[in-house]
Design a protein around this ligand. Structure first.
Ligand code: KIV
Length: 266
């Protein structure tokens, strides 16, 4: 496929074609996933859990994110590379700019920041300097201690309205994309129809502009032995990882994944 850019993603939203994203942390999987047609490779700070064995993403550092981003860049065959800014790497505006620069130099095309409406200023500053930003809203794993666990967000009307207002404010501030995690299906649909920028969901129902899963989850690998409701094991019925990635792309594009059973009610 031709190289995926922000313009490609905007075009997919306009055409109503679903966008595919998977997490990825090394060169071989980057090659395999991008050749299977995955459009966005996310170097998620979930690497702290699935690669390093921590019980949260909080211990992950900028240097570790840069290392894995550089690995993914070397294997990538045309996907857009999105890298997470890890916990507290945006504690001050100066740190935010410097740490995003480190990840862009390592090979990222876009940076993902977890938070809410308060990200607006940082997103504006980054956009002014040529850095496209994806804002991660809803369940934000870096705030797991504040949220009291990995829980569905936006179930109450006030929280749902706040999430929509935050997302609109971030779009106005210059966000290039929104990623929403673990929100009711109805809220995922409403948010997607309200925004002009692509909305990618994980546990946000089938109506978002695209989907993302943690690669280990969709390959049926789990350290804890627990599987989230929104995960589907794409190794079932397939004998290779390439075939599982291709099935994921096919099912997201056709709307077969996620099914109703993978979503959350309000
Ligand atoms: O770090 C990560 O893998 C993520 C996904 C859960 C979206 O942010």
């Amino acid at each position: 496929m031709p190289d995926v850019t922000l313009t490609t993603l905007q075009g997919l939203k306009r055409k109503g074609e679903k966008i595919t994203m998977l997490t990825c942390y090394d060169a071989t999987f980057a090659k395999t996933a991008s050749e299977a047609g995955v459009e966005i490779l996310l170097i998620g700070d979930s690497l702290g859990m699935v690669l390093q064995g921590h019980d949260s993403t909080l211990p992950v550092t900028v240097d570790e994110m840069a290392y894995h981003t550089a690995c993914v860049k070397r294997g990538n065959r045309g996907a857009l590379i999105l890298a997470d800014l890890p916990f507290m790497a945006n504690a001050t505006p100066e740190q935010t700019l410097n740490n995003c620069a480190t990840l862009m130099r390592a090979g990222a095309h876009m940076i993902k920041l977890e938070g809410a409406g308060w990200l607006a200023e940082a997103i504006g500053q980054l956009a002014d300097r040529g850095v496209p930003v994806c804002a991660h809203l809803g369940l934000t794993p870096q705030a797991v201690n504040l949220l009291g666990g990995y829980k569905v967000q936006g179930r109450e009307e006030a929280a749902a309205n706040r999430l929509i207002e935050d997302a609109k404010a971030l779009e106005r501030a210059g966000a290039a994309m929104i990623l929403v995690e673990c929100i009711p299906t109805e809220l995922g649909a409403h948010l997607t129809s309200e925004l002009g920028i692509p909305v990618i969901g994980i546990g946000a129902g089938p109506h978002t502009d695209g989907q993302v899963l943690v690669m280990h989850d969709m390959l049926g690998l789990s350290l804890s032995g627990r599987t989230a409701k929104f995960v589907k094991n794409f190794m079932n019925g397939h004998t290779s990882i390439s075939a599982a990635f291709a099935a994921y792309v096919r099912e997201v594009k056709s709307g077969e994944f996620p099914a109703a059973e993978h979503g959350f009610a309000a």
